[in-house]
Every structure is written in structure tokens, then in C-alpha cells.
Design a protein around this ligand. Structure first.
Ligand code: PMP
Length: 450
């Protein structure tokens, strides 16, 4: 495992050794926060398959639960309630406040959002859906309509069956974030203008009201919001925004749906679910990714009342609630608790945010650092004055340089200008320091070349 460490030392004496790892890898292995490529090089994985590997690659406990279930029963379809399905649903329901107690299991986040959209329309009898600029809710033809960024849409399939999906321009400006004119960077959380968050919040709520008044006066079925935007680049809302927005939506007869595909399962650190950080209780919660630590699975959690409207039809999903997926997901919930993963998210995430803010002050090309827990975005700009996004080629240069030095991160944001850090929730402070040193080095290298 010293392969990458060796490469680092050859590259520059300023770059530290990788933190040690006792695990003996096979070809292209994953173990906890580490990945090995086909040549045996080791990488610190800070993207976790897009915030999916929640407790660690091939976590021994979760792997054992999967192996045990694979020897017992693979599949029955969800018409038979097998013990892993029953046990998992009981366990998952205990993580939700009343009245969110009815669970539907799917195989992905797109499927979960498709289902939530269908249920909202059946329950309300309405059709229109509101989502945000910068949102990502899936790649199925229906959820493509919910997803705002055109880069993820096929023109001909864009919003099929979902033609009245509204995307309020809540996050505007040359790149994601608020549009407070007095703030040096376009960020909501750290807005330092005299009016603070309130001004931005009022503007956003005003935009939402305008959307209702001009576009969906009475027909809203649902309002979809990620508690923190993931693919959009860790974009956050003003403090009371979601609470006020939920009120507006409900006044107009719509349902509020929290897409927790990225923010759920403790990733935001302070809470198990992202919505809890906004002091709201949604009518439906959709989830996937971290639910299975990399095993395909998703879910919709809703109220008995909404489920009753849905029960008028026949819902069938061949693999939803698959015994192996349920056994894995159940073990993931136990592991999050036993390993203190949410606490790690909070501790390491807070540390990373503090240290990344220092890099933001040091480098002209870091426009903003935002997020919560281990859901972090670092917004890259040409310079702080123009606030224009750093071009894709420059983003790739930094990204590839970091990969060469053994650190994997993600990219996102409306213009692909945000580095995304969302590692398995088992990383250590030592790993965090290693990442910070490599990021610093890559930024330094880039500035020297520029
Ligand atoms: N919602 C959010 C917030 C997501 O980030 C994603 C995936 N990036 C999805 C939904 C879609 O999930 P899947 O890819 O599992 O269909």
C-alpha cells in the first residue's frame, strides 16, 4: 500500500505521506475510505460514489450481513413479507417522527422520486410541481423534469409527462448561491451584509410567491427540495426559508417532499435527516444512495393518509424490498449507530469547513466554502471580484492533480465549478489533514502554472 505514498514522495517533498492502512488489497478493492485501482495504487476516496458509500467500502459488518442473507434467501418480490423486509421497515420507521410511518422500497433515488411525484398527484388531484434551479432529482424521464440542470436532460425526454414542472429561479447569479449584492462572495450562509440572511430570505420567498401567483395559482401537487443541494454544489437555503416555503406550499394545497437521497443517514452531521436541520416535517421523504452503502436501494416514507390515496391503484416493484438489500440496509442503520458515523460527520465535517475557509482566504480562486457535516462544496472562481466560475479545464487540472496525488473528490454545481467532498462517514482527522495538504498543493501548483 505504499505505492501511492511512494509516488507522492517522488512528486514533491512538500506533500505528506498518505495515512497508513493495514488492509491487504486485492485487485481494484475498496476498504472503508480507501480505493485501490487495477495497478494497486491507493486513493483516499472523498466522493464515496456520490455520497453513497455511507459507512465505508466493503464495511466488514455490512459485508457479513450481506453474505449471511445471500446464503438464506435472494428474492421473493415484495408480495411476501419476508423477515428482512419486515425488520428493516420497522427499524427505518423508528427514525421518523409521526406521521411519517409508511414505507415503500425502491431500487434507486430516481424511482423513489418518480413514486413520490405520482403519489403527490394522486393525493392532491393536482399536477404542477415546483423544484429549484440547481436541483437534481433523478435521470428517469419523469424525474428529469424535476432536475433543473439542462446538462442532465435529453432534450426530447426533458420533463416527459411532467410538462408543468416549475423551476423557480431561487438561486441565481453567475453561479450558485444567494445574490446578496453586499457580500464579497455569493453565499447565503456567510452573508456579511448589514441585512444578513433576512434580506436574502425575503427575496427568495418573494420569488416563490411570484411563482405561485403567476404560474401555479391553485394546482400545485408538490414542492421538491433537497435539504442541501447535492449535485447543485452543496447549495444551502437561508435559515428559515424551507419552513416558510412549506407553509406557502401547504396553503396552496401542495405536498412538501424532502429529497434526502444525498443528505440522509447522518451525512449532515447535526441531524440524521437533512430536513431536521430546517425545523420542518415533510409529507414525504425520498432516499437512496447511503441507504445501502453502495448496494442499489431506495425508499419513500410518507403518512398513512397519503398512502391511502395511493392504495387505490396497484403498486408493484419486482426488486423493491429485496431480501439482500433489506439485510444490508438494516446493517447500515446499525453500523451508523455503532461506528458513531453521524458524529464523525459532524466532527470531521466541522474541522474540514474551518480549514477550507482558511484556504478560501488564501486563494483568489476559492469563492465559497459551504455545506454541513460531510456534505461540503468548494466553489471555484476565476477571481473573487468577478465571481465567474472557474472554467471546466481548470477544474479538471486541479481534480487530476489531486487524483495523481492519491485523493478523489467530485465536481458539481450549475457550471461544474464546485468541488464536492462527501466521503464515507468513517474518515479520520488524519485523512482530513492529508486531503487538506493535497488540496493546498494542487491549488498552489495551479496558481504557479496560471
Ligand atoms: N436525488 C438526488 C438528490 C440525487 O443526488 C440523486 C442522484 N445523484 C437522485 C435523486 C437520483 O438517484 P439515482 O441516481 O439513485 O436514481
Amino acid at each position: 500500500f505504499h505505492l501511492a505514498g511512494g509516488a507522492l514522495c517522488q512528486k514533491s517533498h512538500l506533500v505528506p505521506e498518505m495515512p497508513p492502512c493495514d488492509f491487504k488489497p486485492e485487485e481494484y478493492t475498496g476498504h472503508m475510505q480507501w480505493l485501490w485501482d487495477v495497478d494497486g495504487r491507493r486513493y483516499l476516496d472523498l466522493f464515496a460514489g456520490v455520497a453513497t458509500v455511507s459507512v465505508g467500502h466493503c464495511h466488514p459488518k455490512v459485508t457479513a450481513a450481506a453474505e449471511k442473507q445471500l446464503r438464506r434467501l435472494w428474492h421473493t418480490t415484495n408480495i411476501y413479507v419476508h423477515p428482512p423486509l419486515h425488520e428493516y421497515c420497522e427499524k427505518l420507521a423508528s427514525y421518523f417522527p409521526d406521521p411519517l410511518k409508511v414505507i415503500y422500497l425502491t431500487n434507486s433515488g430516481s424511482e423513489a422520486n418518480d413514486l413520490a411525484m405520482l403519489m403527490a398527484r394522486l393525493h392532491t388531484g393536482n399536477f404542477d410541481i415546483i423544484t429549484f434551479r440547481g436541483s437534481y432529482h433523478g435521470g428517469s424521464p419523469q424525474t428529469m423534469g424535476l432536475t433543473s440542470n439542462a446538462a442532465y436532460k435529453y432534450p426530447i425526454a426533458n420533463g416527459l409527462g411532467c410538462t408543468n414542472t416549475m423551476c423557480p429561479d431561487v438561486f441565481r447569479g453567475p453561479w450558485g448561491g444567494s445574490h446578496c449584492r453586499d457580500s464579497p462572495v455569493q453565499t447565503i450562509r456567510e452573508c456579511s451584509c448589514a441585512q444578513g440572511h433576512c434580506m436574502a430570505n425575503d427575496q427568495y420567498i418573494g420569488q416563490l410567491k411570484e411563482t405561485f401567483d403567476t404560474s401555479v395559482p391553485s394546482r400545485i401537487a408538490a414542492f421538491f427540495a433537497e435539504p442541501i443541494q447535492g449535485v447543485g454544489g452543496a447549495v444551502q437555503y437561508p435559515k428559515t426559508y424551507l419552513k416558510e416555503a412549506y407553509k406557502l406550499v401547504r396553503e396552496r394545497g401542495g405536498l412538501c417532499i424532502a429529497d434526502e437521497v444525498q443528505t440522509g443517514f447522518g451525512r449532515t452531521g447535526s441531524h440524521f435527516w437533512g430536513f431536521q436541520g430546517h425545523d420542518v416535517i415533510p409529507d414525504m421523504v425520498t432516499m437512496a444512495k447511503g441507504i445501502g452503502n453502495g448496494y442499489p436501494m431506495g425508499a419513500v416514507v410518507t403518512t398513512p393518509e397519503i398512502a391511502a390515496s395511493f392504495a387505490k391503484g396497484v403498486h408493484f416493484n419486482t426488486f423493491g424490498g429485496n431480501p439482500v438489500a433489506c439485510a444490508i440496509a438494516s446493517s447500515v442503520l446499525d453500523t451508523i449507530k455503532e461506528d458513531g458515523a453521524q458524529q464523525i460527520s459532524l466532527n470531521v465535517g466541522t474541522y474540514l469547513m474551518t480549514e477550507l475557509a482558511k484556504l478560501r482566504d488564501k486563494y483568489e480562486i476559492i469563492g465559497d466554502v459551504r455545506g454541513k457535516g460531510l456534505q461540503i462544496g468548494v466553489e471555484m472562481v476565476k477571481d473573487k471580484a468577478s465571481r465567474h466560475p472557474l472554467p471546466p479545464e481548470a477544474m479538471s487540472e486541479i481534480f487530476e492533480d489531486m487524483k495523481d496525488m492519491g485523493v478523489l473528490i467530485g465536481k458539481g454545481g450549475v457550471y461544474g465549478q464546485t468541488f464536492r467532498i462527501k466521503p464515507p462517514m468513517c474518515i479520520t482527522m488524519e485523512d482530513a489533514d492529508f486531503f487538506l495538504a493535497i488540496f493546498n498543493k494542487s491549488l498552489h501548483n495551479y496558481m504557479e502554472r496560471r
